[in-house]
Write a protein that binds this ligand. Structure first.
Ligand SMILES: CC(C)(COP(=O)(O)OP(=O)(O)OC[C@H]1O[C@@H](n2cnc3c(N)ncnc32)[C@H](O)[C@@H]1OP(=O)(O)O)[C@@H](O)C(=O)NCCC(=O)NCCS
Length: 214
């Protein structure tokens, strides 16, 4: 196997980022790219603490998480608020003000795919999420992911820029739940601030984060 330069390939096992030139710019995409987005996010979230708590088994994760992406973030495509970068190595799904996830399908997915012993804790997590979710117009980021071999090259930062700039132009807040504590500094560097903590039963901690327009 050809050896990759440290400037172009970061080891996903490393705990620190190797900074290099990011590839390209984010592009707005349509529903014909949904399968690629779901695949990229499924790779990216494969070691995410909260999502793997929902689906600890590999096959269960590969069956459940893609459905979850479509139900929570799929409406980004019709709203024209889905983005890819670097040929699809990274993707972000945003829901603009007034566009909601498919809540009924989310509940159905939990019932179908999450082990019964975790469902009650997960419903409690979802209720806590609802309590932190802003009630005034805002942009919601249900998913951002960069496939592991391409992380730490600046792609995630670039992916978020178009909608964060729009939030600033329109004087609207942005909101997300960080399902991995490792990402909190990344979001803070973009202007998000933690507004609480979400945790129930055996679940990992999730940090709801709000970004006021800047
Ligand atoms: C979070 C994520 C989208 C960031 O994308 P990215 O392209 O790696 O981010 P960038 O290169 O623009 O920024 C890197 C920053 O993110 C953090 N970070 C990202 N990946 C990291 C890693 N493997 N190890 C340590 N820090 C990491 C660091 O704080 C880093 O800060 P720096 O700029 O001071 O080096 C990406 O790491 C990812 O897909 N993670 C898995 C899925 C996920 O957690 N999604 C978000 C759930 S809330």
């Amino acid at each position: 196997m050809a050896s990759g330069s440290a400037a172009t390939i970061s080891n996903p096992g490393d705990v620190s980022c190797i900074r290099s030139n990011p590839i390209g710019r984010p592009v707005r995409i349509h529903a014909d790219r949904e399968a690629n987005v779901v695949a990229t996010l499924t790779l990216a979230f494969s070691s995410d603490p909260a999502n793997r708590w929902c689906w600890p088994g590999t096959a269960d994760y590969l069956a459940g998480f893609p459905q979850f992406v479509r139900a929570l973030g799929g409406n980004a495509f019709a709203a024209e608020c889905a983005f890819e970068i670097a040929g699809g190595s990274g993707a972000a799904l945003w829901l603009p003000p007034g566009v909601e996830p498919d809540e009924a399908e989310l509940i159905a997915i939990v019932q179908r795919t999450v082990h019964a012993s975790r469902q009650n804790d997960l419903y409690e997590v979802m209720q806590q999420m609802a309590r932190f979710h802003p009630q005034t117009p805002h942009w919601y980021l249900p998913f951002i992911g960069v496939e592991p071999l391409q992380q730490c090259r600046g792609l995630g930062t670039l992916l978020l820029r178009p909608i964060l700039d729009r939030c600033d132009d329109e004087r609207l807040p942005a909101y997300l739940e960080s399902t991995n504590p490792r990402n909190v500094p990344f979001y803070e560097s973009l202007g998000f601030r933690g507004v609480g903590m979400i945790q129930a039963g055996t679940s990992p901690r999730i940090v709801p984060m709000l970004r006021e327009p800047q």
